[in-house]
Design a protein around this ligand. Structure first.
Ligand code: FES
Length: 416
C-alpha cells in the first residue's frame, strides 16, 4: 500500500487487523485529527491526581487532547476540571503549569472567575448588561477513581466506571501499597519530548519483548525485577494481560516469590513501612500485598501506572508526543518515599536508563514508518494466549497479547 492521501477518510477497519497494524496509523496527520476527536475529545482522558492540589486554590494545567484544562480545588474542597478558556472572547485564562489562585482573572480584559469557575466580575460593567451566570467557565464531565481524576469533553457517553472496567483492580493494587490507602503525587513532573507518535508509548511500556534488547545495559547493571528477562523463555513466569477496553499490563507478580521484590529490598530494610502495612492489614494479607507489588499497566488512552511511577502520554502531533512522569509516593510511608524518588530518577529521569533507550527506539521506528508505512506484525503469542475467568487474555511475557488488546479497543473507538 502506498502513502495515503492525508485528507481522505481513514479506513480503520482495514488498517487495524487482528495480527497486524498498518504503519500509516503512526504517520498520517488525518489519523491524529481523528484521534483527537474520537479518543481524546469524546472519550475519558486522565488529567491528574487530587493529591497534586491539596489546598483550596491549588491548580495544575493539563491537556485533554487539544483542549487546555485547569484542574483546581475549590473553597468547598471539591476538585473541578475547568476549560482553560475565557468565556468573553476565548483567551487562555491560566498560563502557568501549576500554582495557587484566589481567582482566575483573564489577562486580556480582566474578567474574574472564582476558583469554582463562576464569573464574578466584569471590569467597566456599564457596557455589559448580561447575566453573569451565563458566562461561567465550561466544565467537562469529570469523575475520579481513588484520587485519579479524569475528564471527558463530551457531555454524553459512557461513564468513567464503564471506561475503566475491570482495570479498577489495577488502581486498587497501586493504592493498597500505601499504609493510608492513598497516593501522594507531590514530587513534581519531568517531561520528555518523544519524536514519535503517542501510541508507541503505551505499546512500548507494556511490551515485555523488548526489555532484554533495548534495555540490555540496564538489565545487566541493575538487580531488579527486569532480571527475569535474562532467563530462558520457558522459565519466565511473568505474563502480559489484555484487561479489555484497551487497558494492558505486564504482570511481574506471577514470578515474585518474596515480598518487596519489586522494590529491590528485603522487608528488614524498610521496617517502618512493613510494620505500618501489617498493622493495617494483618500479617498474611500485608505480605501478599507486598509480594504482588504495584501494577505495570497502561490505562487507555494516556495513563501508565508504571510500578512506582505515574506517567502521562500527551500527543502533540502525529509525529511528536510528550511523556510526563512523577514518582508514586505512598502517603504514610515517608521512609520509603526518598528511595522511590531516587529510583524514579534512575529509571525515568533525564539521565535515566530506560527513557532514553525507549525514546531512541521510538524515534527510529517513527522515521522508518514515515519512509515507507509497512505493515507492523503483532501476531506473537496468538498461538498460546488463554482467557482467564475474569475475561482477561493472558500470555507469555514476551507475547503481544496486550498490544493486540490496545489496538482492538482503538479500532472499536476509531471505526465507530
Ligand atoms: Fe477574557 Fe476578554 S477574553 S476578558
Amino acid at each position: 500500500m502506498g502513502r495515503m492521501d492525508n485528507f481522505s477518510p481513514v479506513n480503520y477497519g482495514e488498517l487495524v487487523q487482528e495480527d497486524r497494524i498498518h504503519g500509516s496509523l503512526y504517520v498520517n496527520p488525518q489519523v491524529h485529527e481523528d484521534e483527537m476527536d474520537r479518543i481524546f475529545h469524546k472519550g475519558w482522558v486522565f488529567v491528574g491526581h487530587d493529591s497534586e492540589i491539596p489546598n483550596p486554590g491549588d491548580y495544575v494545567t493539563r491537556m485533554v487532547g487539544k483542549q487546555s484544562v485547569i484542574m483546581i480545588r475549590g473553597k468547598d474542597n471539591q476538585v473541578r476540571v475547568l476549560l482553560n478558556r475565557c468565556k468573553h472572547r476565548g483567551n487562555q485564562l491560566c498560563n502557568q503549569k501549576e500554582g495557587n489562585k484566589k481567582a482566575l482573572v483573564c489577562p486580556y480584559h480582566g474578567w474574574a472567575f472564582s476558583i469554582e469557575g463562576e464569573l464574578k466580575d466584569v471590569p467597566y460593567s456599564g457596557g455589559f448588561d448580561r447575566d453573569l451566570s451565563e458566562y461561567n467557565l465550561e466544565q467537562p464531565r469529570t469523575d475520579s477513581y481513588r484520587g485519579f481524576v479524569w475528564a471527558c469533553l463530551a457531555q454524553e457517553g459512557i461513564s468513567l466506571k464503564e471506561h475503566l472496567g475491570r482495570a479498577t483492580e489495577l488502581f486498587d493494587r497501586a493504592c493498597d501499597l500505601s499504609p493510608s490507602g492513598e497516593l501522594n503525587l507531590s514530587a513534581g513532573w519531568d517531561r520528555h519530548l518523544y519524536l514519535s507518535n503517542w501510541k508507541m508509548l503505551p505499546e512500548n511500556d507494556t511490551d515485555g519483548y523488548h526489555v532484554n534488547f533495548t534495555h540490555q545495559s540496564f538489565v545487566q547493571a541493575i538487580d531488579s525485577q527486569y532480571g527475569d528477562f535474562v532467563q530462558e523463555e520457558e522459565t519466565i513466569e511473568g505474563v502480559v494481560i489484555d484487561w479489555g477496553m484497551g487497558h494492558t499490563e505486564i504482570d511481574f507478580s506471577r514470578g515474585y516469590k518474596e515480598p518487596l521484590k519489586w522494590l529491590g529490598v528485603s522487608p528488614e530494610k524498610v521496617p517502618e513501612y512493613v510494620e505500618a502495612m501489617v498493622a493495617l492489614h494483618g500479617e498474611e494479607k500485608a505480605m501478599e500485598i507486598l509480594r504482588i507489588g504495584p501494577p505495570h499497566a497502561c490505562i487507555f488512552p494516556n495513563l501508565f501506572l508504571g510500578e512506582m511511577n505515574i506517567v502521562i502520554f500527551q500527543p502533540e502531533s502525529i509525529g511528536t508526543s510528550v511523556q510526563w512522569h512523577t514518582p508514586m509516593f505512598l502517603k504514610g510511608a515517608e521512609q520509603l518515599n526518598y528511595r522511590l524518588l531516587r529510583q524514579s530518577e534512575g529509571a525515568m529521569g533525564p539521565t535515566s536508563f530506560l527513557v532514553a533507550d525507549d525514546a531512541t527506539i521510538a524515534q527510529l521506528t517513527q522515521r522508518t514508518l514515515e519512509e515507507g508505512e509497512p505493515w507492523c506484525d503483532m501476531s506473537r503469542g496468538m498461538n498460546r494466549e488463554v482467557e482467564e475467568r475474569n475475561g482477561n487474555l493472558v500470555s507469555h511475557m514476551t507475547d503481544e497479547t496486550n498490544n493486540r488488546g490496545f489496538w482492538k479497543h482503538y479500532k472499536e473507538v476509531m471505526a465507530n
